[in-house]
Design a protein around this ligand. Structure first.
Ligand SMILES: [Mg+2]
Length: 210
């Protein structure tokens, strides 16, 4: 079946990891240190251990509100995503790839990032995506399971075989959607991997679909 919709992961695919990393590994440990009267390094160690206990397979991992409560952090967190906007770096191949693909297909985002972060990242990219799905915010789920992509296809009223998806996570962006029948590509920006479904930048991805 021909492709009708093209989907992108967000972090590691359209924007780099600096923005989220600053919040999760910089701001949150700093607030934790302040709240509990700890040296910063000790606070960072403890916070990272707490993250590891939950793990990226659980939707809570991506939920800032959950961590705020769990870690007993001070202040209200909702202005934090906006304050870190300057940390958000769009990969240089993004504008041309989106322009090329956007002439032929509706483009969407399917991300494990919470909506509050996605909102800021989307402002940095400045592309009018048709739809944006946040697995933790919209479905209280992680996109590691094929049923995430199934739900997206149901909402879009297309078959999984009519969706193309690209992202940098081998399981979440490649194996899970591929298992469902989505035309999935694994983005390897390091250039180390090779394979039929591996692409090394988004222009190469666009080339596969155009
Ligand atoms: Mg990613």
């Amino acid at each position: 079946m021909p492709i009708r919709v093209v989907s992108f992961d967000m972090e590691g695919t359209l924007v780099d990891h600096a923005y989220s990393k600053q919040i999760w590994e910089g701001d949150i440990p700093a607030l934790y240190a302040e709240a509990h009267g700890l040296p910063l390094e000790e606070a960072r160690k403890r916070v990272l251990a707490e993250y590891a206990e939950v793990g990226e397979g659980q939707p809570e991992w991506y939920d800032v509100g959950y961590w705020w409560k769990r870690l007993g952090l001070p202040h209200y967190w909702r202005d934090l995503p906006k304050r870190r906007k300057e940390e958000c770096n769009v990969y240089p191949d993004v504008p041309s790839a989106l322009t090329r693909l956007g002439k032929r297909y509706p483009l969407i985002v399917c991300s494990n990032t919470i909506r509050e972060f996605l909102k800021i990242q989307l402002e940095c990219i400045e592309y009018p995506f048709s739809r944006v799905f946040s697995a933790p915010t919209d479905f209280r789920a992680v996109k590691k399971a094929p049923d995430f992509y199934q739900r997206v296809c149901e909402i879009l009223e297309i078959e999984p075989t009519e969706l193309a998806h690209v992202g940098d996570h081998a399981e979440f962006d490649y194996q899970a959607p591929k298992q469902l029948g989505v035309k999935a590509f694994h983005l390897d920006r390091t250039g180390e991997l090779n394979g039929e479904d591996v692409v090394h930048d988004l222009n190469e991805f666009a080339g596969r679909l155009l």
